[in-house]
Design a protein around this ligand. Structure first.
Ligand code: PEP
Ligand code: MN
Length: 341
């Protein structure tokens, strides 16, 4: 942001006012004659240009043109058909890491639906570090997943790994998941965007926030109907947890950028004993939902069993999440009755 001061402005007072607003002055350019330019590169609160303009001595304020206008205009909600997702109406997405068989996904879907999970996850195509590990059951798994979700009135969230599979995955899923390893696969982002579906965009394990926002801009500029960001842990230095859950990024996206951001505590921690505490922390930080791996026989899972909860262990969290959703819809309908919303 460049702030131009009037000739009579008192620089020290302007600087103090800016700091009070949470804006930190990077440099001041003062020509021997002519205007004074104050450069503010960062803030410690969301910037309100109108407030800066009200400071005595400020002549004009110019903000750099945004590089991701569609993301900036997206707003804090994601619509999934009849479901609205936001911080006030968080969504719990749960299911196995991988769809392993028709009976496995049907069984797990039934148990999850019973504890109140509204969206079913499960990978048909799995991005595995080793080519010798289970790669997913492929196309057939998409039909199993869809059928299991439909039988229990759930939405489907599943990962698409290749442009070639995008149309088929879009036919079966309510939300297309772009995995961490593909966050900057721009050809895939364009194809996924063109499906005009809502997208769950996982953060790459080494992506900056700026890169993440730009990846979402690719999706939106190619037609995605909405994007939910998903923080799933970044590379840390300590092996005690699989990744390092960046809750600062969650709060930043939710509070400052006002975007829907979900948290995946399964991949973030790699261990089931941390899933519930991290989920509660995520909701407190403003998460619009959680994506959690769930399996009814985690010890027999073909992938990521160590970070999966049983549907039964997930039940208290599902109740908490649904209680928040109910509270918000209750509040909204009360306001509607009073003609306020
Ligand atoms: C997943 O959710 O199944 C997955 C592979 O996650 P990530 O892309 O975050 O590693
Ligand atoms: Mn997994």
């Amino acid at each position: 942001m460049i702030i131009t001061l009037a000739p009579e402005a008192e620089l020290q007072r302007v600087r103090a006012e800016l700091t009070r607003l949470g804006l930190w002055v990077d440099s001041v350019e003062r020509a021997p004659t002519g205007p004074v330019h104050v450069l503010v590169g960062r803030g410690s609160t969301a910037v309100c240009v109108a407030e800066v303009q009200r400071i005595a001595g400020v002549q004009s304020v110019s903000t750099p043109e945004t590089k991701h206008p569609l993301v900036d205009g997206h707003g804090p909600e994601l619509r999934l058909g009849d479901l609205l997702v936001s911080t006030r109406r968080p969504l719990l997405i749960a299911g196995p890491c991988a769809v392993e068989s028709e009976s496995q996904i049907e069984r797990i879907a039934a148990k999850l639906a019973r504890v109140g999970v509204l969206a079913l996850r499960g990978g048909a195509f799995k991005p595995r570090t080793s080519p010798y590990e289970f790669q997913g059951a492929g196309k057939q798994a998409l039909s199993w997943l869809r059928a299991a979700a439909d039988a229990h009135g759930m939405k489907v969230v599943t990962e698409v790994m290749s442009e070639a599979d995008t149309a088929l995955v879009a036919e079966h899923a309510d939300v297309l998941q772009v995995g961490s390893r593909n966050m900057q696969n721009f050809a895939l982002l364009k194809a996924v965007g063109a499906s005009a579906k809502p997208v769950l965009l996982k953060r790459s394990m080494s992506a900056t926030i700026d890169e993440w926002l730009h990846a979402a801009e690719y999706l939106l500029s190619h037609g995605a109907s909405g994007v939910a960001f998903c923080e799933r842990g970044i590379r840390g230095f300590d092996g005690s947890t699989r990744n390092l859950l960046d809750l600062g990024a969650v709060a930043l996206l939710a509070e400052v950028h006002r975007l829907p951001v979900l948290v995946d505590p399964s991949h973030a921690s790699g261990r089931r004993d941390l899933i519930l505490p991290l989920s509660r922390a995520a909701l407190a930080a403003g998460a619009a939902g959680l994506m959690i791996e769930a399996h009814d026989e985690p010890e027999a899972a073909l992938s990521d069993g160590a970070q999966a909860l049983t549907p039964q262990a997930l039940a208290p969290l599902a109740r908490e999440v649904n209680e928040r959703r109910r509270r918000d819809s209750g509040a909204r309908s009360a306001l509607a009755q009073e003609g306020i919303a």
